[in-house]
Design a protein around this ligand. Sequence first.
Ligand code: GLA
Length: 670
Amino acid sequence: MYKKLTSTCGLMGATALLSAIVAPAFAEMMPPEKSLSGLEYELIGKADIFDYAALDSYSEAPFLTEFVAAGKLPAVADRLPSEPIVMKTGAMSDGIGEYGGVFRHVIGGRPEGWNWMAGQHQGWGGINMAMQECLVRQGPRWQVKAEEQTGPLPNLAQSWEWNADRTEVTMHLMEGVKWSDGDAFDVEDVRFWWEDNVQNESVASRMPADSFGGAGTTMEVIDDYTFKFTFASPQSENVLEGLAYIQGCPGPSHILKSNHPSYNSDATYESYTGSMPNDVTPAVVLGAWVPTVHRPDELVIMRRNPYYFKVDESGQQLPYYNEMHFKLSTWGDRTAQAVAGTGDFSNMEDPGNFVEALKQSQDADSPVVANFGPRVLSWRLMLNFDVASAPDDYEKALRGVFREKDFRVALSHALDRNAIGQSVARGPFAYPYVAGFATGSPYYDADSSVFQAYDQSKAATLLDGLGLADSDGDGIRNLPNGGDNIIIDVLVEAERNADSKQLEAVASQLEEVGIRLQARSSDGTTLDTNRTGGTYTAMLSRLPVILPTRETCESFPAGTNCPNFNKGGDRLDFEAELETAFNAFNASNDAAERAQLAKDMQKLMTENVYYIGTVQVPAALLVNKRVRNAHPGTPVFMYEWAEDSVMRERLWTPASLQVGEILPGTVAEY
Ligand code: GLA
């Protein structure tokens, strides 16, 4: 199945800029048969990537056999489901793997705790995806051929079927999956996720209650491995995409229920959220690796999960790597360490690092390979429209101004996006982004995108028209009728270089039209909590919009409490229309109709400046050369982040090249 085919997949921009930077050295280094003009991959069917099947026999990482012999673990066949997920050899770029070794990540975040169902994050950069498994999966879809591009890949939900009018979908769970402590995974875990987390407004779930299939969606348990969602109106496969990544990923109900206020009158929602603290390891998970040691600000060590429910075609239980590291450092360091060879993987997303990292990666002795994927990252300035939750009168007045279309259009016109791009990195890396779908999205449509060209006099006229004059002559415009100066606090994650630099550029450009921004720098955890809680005045952040079904609450009015920047449900005029288009998109099974609805959404979001886009950049994925099966062409961000798209459970390193484990011969013990 895997063939070295060349497909020109829209990365001409990225490769052109890459060759411009490193042209002379690069020309010498590239083997003649390797073309930089395209990616090398073949689009395949979903079941060509993985399927479900009972194999004749199974084997395991050799050290686990000793645990079995000592009576500490059941035999591998008894730890696996009746029909495990079988990763297909034909889709592996380097084939079936060898066990052992370490896969080393470096991340900028810090684990808040392990209770992801209550909204806690684990520090991002792929750590959450190493421990969580979700009902469906999106990452590997970048490889799926067009004829099968309908909805997500299965995962814990092995199959599903719709009723005739598409108001009900019945989902079948894999049978016999076990948690990392050996407890059975079944429909009770799904019910607990849905009823006691997603539907419970006191729990800060990452899937807001009515964002999945609209208000009124219910779930009914049918038997131990079957459940049914009933929707208030017809839905399509699209809506199921919301059951992937951090949203549809059940936690261990057998651990969490006794800490949840619905089952324990001594528990509070605060104590529930904190009931899987980051310093209590090992955590109970379904993922390929188990958080086993957490050294704050230093390292998280994860060990292979002996109950993991996936195998390769030879019957070897996955994952191949025994250990996974997450060095707790900075995002910039992630790229630096990947380039240096002390980290194995980096989504290179700060254009400030591009030139140096790409130059170094072209050296024949470089430990790392850099690949630009066909998709882009985008940044935006979000203004909070929720007047009711504003903390004081000044903020109420300010948010009232944010709700004025002319104000947002003015701010958009005031920005010189090319200069913002140059502030992040000199060179042809960043290009303007207005709002809505980034250009890398299959739903992006240039003709439906309304672009506010750089024109500060137009911006000034619009602001004057709103009565926002500089009434006290200090260079800053005032709220109407001689109110206070317009000074907007903008939350930014200090450590994310590309974000902070953009905010500096945006602030100096807006100052030129009399609007002052004041940077409020924070750490990633604080920013995350404020972003999802909608507790900020304004925020500058990298939030790529690729699909209208991914982390919907970040970008769309997907339910009453969404988007995060307008949580109170007091819709802007056009927002109701956007909500209707969004819901119609989710309900449609007709690709042409969906494409049109996406165009409508793009027009509404850009014309009304739902948020103020700044720039977008192509990003490269850095992978250490020791790593096998990191499929060429894996995008940094397409249907999901690269850590999911690359399918880490099937990555491996030949024994002779493996990095030594810190905890060899061990598994998490409970
Ligand atoms: C962070 C990183 C991204 C990616 C995601 C995965 O946001 O900046 O590159 O690793 O985490 O969730």
